[in-house]
Design a protein around this ligand. Structure first.
Ligand code: PLP
Length: 415
């Protein structure tokens, strides 16, 4: 697909003066492309083109300009089928899916909810929206996902102390599912339900089961930088019909099914709009192609860094063939390389190539500083020595070549 991500914001007005857009004439042709050497290369820009245009336009012309409609129903059914769960509830964000997932599992104010410290703040905010108390568990340094052994110790200590543990939220980080093979039996043994944060992991699998199908419920995100996007959106996935119905009810202001507006509890306005669902349906049709592209880009990085002692791709090590390769996280041991991840990031930034540090652990965030944290230092080390490399499926071969060239130059200069 050929929509230049960096000019997305300015592309919209330009297209309004262009001839009517049809699937055969992508809007991108109306947008003047910046000089190739100047064009910023984004970490993970949206990958949309003619198919998405066609779907959104059709939805618009159908008249369903509302947070309801046939595209939303179809999108929910298609994602549920893709992931292999009974029910899917389309929501305005992945964060909303986490929030309603926790409420649906019965998490109450004062409950403890365990999650991995190596994640994005949304996971923790959803816990706090419920009035629950987050407890952070560190990650496995090899994969970046929740450390099952530490989880077990923490669970045991909390339950020995008569704490009410309402849920566990493992996080499928950078498109790698958490180690559910070990986490699910632990959760069962302790009688605690799992809400999987699969926001980054649609299309990934663990032990032959898709991300989003693990646990009692799971949240996925369709934010603009995720593996597929509705510009903003999310979904709650579950086999539990009651949980899905409850989330659906709460997501529409908890309105009772009567003609007048009747409410027996506090609800939320969390529904996904029908127009955005149409965009999602087009993206879902391209999901496998987009994953294949991200994986191909990751392979290029793997080949390059295989020659550089002291570097590794987080979670790769022959074990990423079932990940969706959402981002490629590089981890650098500066004592072996003589340079660190931030120097490489700064070098690439000079050429308008975007990279990002890996998630700053939640126990190091000022806002959550008072929360209990069971840590080994693994997430902190990954944060200090990690760098997410440009990974978007929208990157052209020339973009990828430019990034690889700049990295080679950096490595040559550092030698
Ligand atoms: C993106 C993300 C979310 C939140 O999704 P939104 O759709 O942006 O609300 C939650 N958890 C993780 C790990 C994420 O990466």
């Amino acid at each position: 697909m050929n929509v230049p991500p960096p000019v997305a914001a300015t592309a919209a007005p330009a297209t309004t003066t262009a001839p009517p857009v049809s699937p055969a004439s992508p809007a991108s042709t109306a947008v003047p492309a910046p000089a190739a050497s100047q064009a910023p290369i984004l970490l993970s820009g949206p990958d949309v083109g003619p198919l998405e245009e066609e779907f959104v336009l059709a939805a618009m012309r159908s008249g369903w300009i509302a947070p309801a409609g046939p595209d939303l129903d179809a999108f929910e059914a298609e994602v549920a089928q893709r992931v292999g769960v009974g029910h899917a509830v389309g929501l305005s964000t992945g964060t909303a899916a986490l929030h309603l997932g926790l409420l649906g599992l019965g998490v109450r104010p004062g409950d403890v909810v365990l999650t991995c410290t190596f994640t994005f703040a949304a996971t923790v905010n959803a816990i706090l929206y419920c009035g629950a108390r987050p407890v952070f568990v560190d990650c496995d340094p090899e994969t970046g996902t929740m450390d099952p052994e530490l989880l077990e110790i923490t669970l045991r200590d909390l339950q020995t102390g008569w704490e009410s543990v309402g849920a566990i939220i493992p996080v499928d980080l950078f498109g790698k599912a958490a180690d559910y093979t070990r986490i699910v039996p632990l959760a069962r043994a302790h009688g605690v339900p799992i809400l999987a944060d699969a926001a980054e992991a649609l299309g990934a699998e663990h032990a032959g089961v898709p991300a989003g199908a693990w646990g009692e419920a799971a949240a996925v995100s369709f934010n603009g930088n995720k593996i597929m996007t509705t510009s903003g959106g999310g979904m709650l996935l579950t086999d539990d019909a009651g949980l899905a119905a409850r989330a659906r009810h709460l997501s529409a202001q908890a309105r009772q099914p009567v003609a007048h507006y009747e409410h027996c509890e506090v609800g939320y306005n969390y529904r996904l709009s029908n127009l955005l669902a149409a965009l999602g349906r087009a993206q879902l049709r391209r999901l496998d192609e987009m994953i294949a592209r991200r994986r191909a880009i990751r392979r290029r990085y793997e080949e390059l860094f295989a020659e550089v002692p002291g570097t590794r791709i987080l979670g790769a090590a022959g074990a990423d063939s079932h990940d969706n390769a959402w981002l490629t996280p590089l981890v650098v041991d500066p004592s072996a390389t003589g340079w660190d991840a931030h120097q490489l990031g700064a070098w690439l930034a000079r050429d308008a190539i975007e990279t990002r540090p890996l998630w700053k652990p939640m126990h190091l965030q000022p806002v959550y500083a008072s929360a209990q944290a069971e840590v080994t230092g693994a997430a902190q080390r990954l944060f200090e020595h990690g760098l997410a490399l440009p990974s978007g499926s929208v990157l052209s071969d020339a973009d990828v070549a430019r990034v690889l060239e700049r990295i080679e130059e950096f490595l040559d200069a550092a030698r």
